[in-house]
Ligand binder design. Structure first.
Ligand SMILES: NC(=O)C1=CN([C@@H]2O[C@H](COP(=O)(O)OP(=O)(O)OC[C@H]3O[C@@H](n4cnc5c(N)ncnc54)[C@H](OP(=O)(O)O)[C@@H]3O)[C@@H](O)[C@H]2O)C=CC1
Ligand SMILES: N[C@@H](CC=O)C(=O)O
Ligand code: NA
Length: 831
């Protein structure tokens, strides 16, 4: 025998009732004996409660609700059942609705709806649904019998939450089912006293009915049919990648349910659990899916943590004071006082110093809880031995649950790393000694982020999602987009990195999608449906989304986002940027950004600021971190100028070569930033700061090679016109160098705390002489590399190499996203 319980959504529509029929038929055909328990049609119980309340206040609008509810039942029948055989059922339903109408009229006349009357009123929900389902099954050729549980389940007269007389009930059930042929369709939730007065079983009542039947009939299994694929690893509305669990122990299911997974209500399943009857959670809308099996033992499968659950709103109360230390009975007085006032405690945490106890209650109970405790400790408070009770609001509880966390080191380490790396502050912690549940209290604003971060850390530890917020989709940004698209699949399959581009913007449009923009589309396609670009709004939205593992990628050439960097880092969002403007602004800005990243445990990444994709900054840091002392840095740091001087031989005008460099993506958006030495000045300034010299921008000595007319030009186009006029100036300098068998190079030098950028003609013995194309060359002379400098050389500009450098930084953040510190045991058999 199996007992199948179908909840309100499972009988909520004609389509779902058809699914119920298919499920019942399948069992019948398989020769399996079953009993079916049904809830009221979705929304009916609430509607009945509302009607009762309105009628009691003589508010005649209850009649509208009654008409709507009645029509909903008729519509269901008309859609479900062929016209020719509808009339019997329609009139049966009509009779019941007439009774409801009379009862409501009575309530309205008496202006009274006692618990007893309410139970009578609510009983109609299940009486109607069981009638419809059983008649429909009969019409479909299934031998079904409507069973009113008031004949079977006997309770006391504690209306609304009646207690079951197990002995009498078991007898009645066994007696009834012994004589029964066919499928019983039993009303959930309702019962009756020995005198025959209607009662209801309280919250989770239909589960209770199924458990009572299951226990009385020694059922092999109880199936709870609902509208989800079983118990999930987390709430799928918040955690998109939550998945359904195959096995759980009763205890795990109970913990998960306590923390908000409202699929079952375990207290009501106790009769079945005490007889060790397995429960299976199944989805009426996906019946072939196995669902979740809940039994005595927990499955030691792939995951030691079975679920991540939460209570969205709690208040935390703290009782503290010197008078609590070493004094027995304090907690009993606190919790005794709360119990007396029926205040439920969600979580308790106490430090071993005993100086304070904190506990969580529902926010609506907080004020009363404070008053009650202050009353109980009024003398100690007067004597200043106990402080006034403090209340913290806007908090949530997030818990990890699983029996196999027991004795497994590293679980809480992983929990706190995942929260910490995402800037989530833990206000309080509680772990039972059973180690079945580790609960943390956090700010409600961080709840979704915490659930996602923890879900990733415990269930998807082989896959990390990185949420990317990209600002700027010009040359570098667009190239990066292509690279992300090209590598997306490889990264997911081979590296376990899930690239999720959440936002993209240019100067005109911006677009957000928390679930990820489709990066197979071009940036124009992506932005076509975007909203008007607004940097402040962009940053606010990025912060408000509060996603874990987020990185902001500034691919603009502008100042627009620089002022927000510190705030972004403080919001636990990493930054990767090729934009040099932040690090080459005043020294204080540079310092504050580095500090903000450090303090908030996020990354501020800017390798491409110098030498594009070449590993310049990282090499410099590696040298210093390993104890080396930098004496001198000398370099050709402009890809643009390298390219220009390597290609300019006088046969093509200088201005044409500059245009060529621009078209090749080597120059800054305004090539004057390259030619006036500013771009290189920024780079050597950044290197100086990395070495530890607190230089300001105006302390870098720069030789500008551009005539004033070029600097004065109002736009890039006009600059090229002016440059054409000045071609001769450059022609002369290059020819002069060539005569001496030399080449021009814009060289940056950092030595003795001084930074200089100047145009030099180098001869064939100089290492810079041999540079080709857009090559950069950086030579570090240090304590270790004294006689022979450490040299880095290669293309130091261009869209591909720069975007690739930013790309590498984006994926590098996965290394600090909380690697699992425990090994999963995949080989152990499941229950
Ligand atoms: N080229 C190279 O080799 C290297 C470049 N870099 C750096 O890379 C950065 C990007 O350069 P590049 O791609 O050439 O520059 P582009 O001018 O091609 O692109 C800049 C992007 O920023 C966007 N933008 C400007 N203002 C805003 C705004 N208010 N809101 C949103 N987006 C905005 C632009 O929008 P729109 O498209 O609407 O104009 C454009 O998409 C620069 O900082 C540069 O110094 C660093 C190393 C090497
Ligand atoms: N315009 C720059 C690009 C890299 O920073 C250069 O030419 O080096
Ligand atoms: Na670099």
């Amino acid at each position: 025998m199996k007992v199948l319980k179908f909840g309100g959504t499972s009988v909520g529509s004609p389509e779902s009732i058809k699914s119920v029929k298919d499920i019942v038929r399948q069992y019948q055909e398989g020769g399996q004996k079953i009993a079916v328990v049904v809830s009221a049609l979705k929304g009916t119980t609430n509607a009945l409660v509302e009607m009762g309340q309105k009628a009691r206040l003589n508010d005649t609008t209850y009649q509208t609700i009654l008409t709507n509810t009645e029509n909903h039942h008729y519509d269901t029948i008309r859609t479900l059942i062929p016209v020719a055989v509808q009339s019997k059922l329609l009139s049966g339903v009509k009779v019941l609705f007439n009774e409801i109408g009379e009862l409501l009229q009575g309530i309205s006349l008496l202006r009274e709806c006692s618990p007893r009357t309410l139970d009578m009123l609510l009983s109609f929900g299940e009486r109607l649904s069981s009638l419809i389902v059983s008649e429909y099954l009969k019409i479909e050729g299934i031998q079904a019998v409507q069973v009113d549980a008031r004949q079977l389940i006997e309770t006391n007269d504690q209306y609304n939450k009646a207690r079951v007389n197990t002995e009498a009930t078991n007898q009645k059930i066994r007696h009834y089912f012994d004589a029964l042929n066919g499928v019983a369709v039993v009303t959930g939730f309702i019962a009756a006293t020995a005198q025959g007065d209607t009662t209801t079983l309280g919250r989770g009542g239909s589960d209770y009915t199924a458990a009572i039947l299951g226990a009385a009939l020694y059922a092999k299994e109880i199936e709870i049919w609902t509208d989800v694929d079983g118990m999930m690893t987390a709430d799928p509305r918040v955690v998109k990648r939550a998945f359904s669990l195959e096995h759980l122990s009763y205890e795990e299911a109970m913990e998960l349910s306590h923390f908000g997974a409202k699929i079952i209500y375990p207290p009501t399943l106790q009769p079945a659990i005490s007889q060790n009857i397995p429960l299976r959670i199944k989805n009426t809308f996906n019946p072939d899916f196995a669902g979740t099996l809940i039994g005595q033992a927990s499955a030691q499968g792939q995951f030691p943590v079975k679920g991540i659950s939460s209570i969205a709103h709690i208040a935390l109360l703290r009782v503290s004071g010197s008078g609590m230390v070493g004094v027995p009975g304090v907690s009993s007085r606190i919790f005794g006082a709360l119990a007396q006032h029926q205040i439920n405690i969600v979580l308790i945490s106490q430090a071993s110093s005993e100086h304070s106890i904190c506990f969580a209650v529902a926010p609506e109970d907080a004020k009363e809880a404070k008053e009650v405790i202050e009353e109980a400790f009024s003398l100690e408070i007067q004597a200043k031995k106990v402080n006034k009770v403090s209340i913290e609001q806007d908090l949530s509880v997030v818990a990890i649950i699983g029996e196999h966390m027991r004795r497994m080191p590293g679980i809480s380490g992983n929990l706190f790393t995942a929260l910490g790396n995402n800037g989530i502050n833990v206000v309080a912690i509680a772990q039972g000694s059973s180690e079945l549940n580790v609960s943390t209290v956090i700010a409600t604003k961080d709840l979704a982020k915490a659930l996602n971060a923890l879900h990733e850390a415990f269930f998807l530890s082989n896959t990390k999602t990185i949420h990317i917020f990209m600002l700027g989709a010009g040359l570098i940004g667009n190239t990066l987009l292509h690279q992300l698209h090209q590598q997306k699949e490889y990264l997911l399959q081979e590296q376990g990195i899930n690239i999720n581009l959440v936002a993209l913007a240019n100067s005109k449009k911006m677009r957000f999608d928390e679930n990820g923009l489709d990066i197979s589309l071009s940036k124009d396609e992506l932005l076509a449906t975007g909203e008007t670009s607004d940097t402040q709004a962009y940053i606010n939205k990025m912060k408000a989304l509060n996603l874990p593992n987020s990185i902001f990628v500034d691919c603009t050439a502008a100042h627009i986002a620089i002022d927000y960097y510190e705030d972004i880092l403080k919001s636990s969002i990493s930054i990767a940027t090729p934009n040099k403007l932040a690090n080459s602004a005043d020294y204080l800005t540079y310092q504050r950004l580095k500090q903000a990243a450090l303090l908030h445990g996020v990354k501020f990444l800017y390798e491409t600021n110098v030498g594009a994709g070449l590993p310049v900054i990282n090499t410099l840091n590696d040298l210093q971190n390993s104890g080396d002392k930098i004496h001198k840095i000398e370099g050709v740091l402009s890809g643009t100028l390298s390219y220009i001087f390597n290609n300019f031989d006088g046969s093509t005008p200088f201005s044409e070569i500059v245009k060529d460099a621009k078209n090749k993506g080597l120059t800054e958006p305004d090539p004057r930033d390259d030619l006036n030495g500013q771009d290189v000045a920024r780079k050597i300034l950044i290197l100086a700061r990395e070495v530890g010299w607190a230089l300001e921008p105006d302390q870098v000595q720069v030789e500008n090679i551009l005539p004033q007319s070029c600097l004065d030009a109002a736009s890039v186009e006009q600059f090229f016109d002016a440059l054409e006029q000045a071609n001769g100036v450059f022609q002369e300098r290059v020819e002069q160098a060539a005569k001496e068998d030399k080449k021009l190079r814009l060289v940056a030098v950092l030595e003795n705390g001084e930074a200089k950028v100047k145009l030099e003609a180098v001869d064939s013995t100089h290492p810079f002489y041999t540079l080709r194309g857009s090559d950069n060359m950086i030579a570090f002379t240090s304590q270790r590399y004294q006689s022979q400098p450490l040299v880095i050389r290669g293309p130091g500009a261009g869209a591909d190499v720069t975007a690739a450098g930013v790309f590498a930084e984006i994926i590098s953040v996965r290394h600090y996203l909380g690697q699992s510190s425990y090994k999963f045991n995949l080989s152990i058999n499941k229950v």
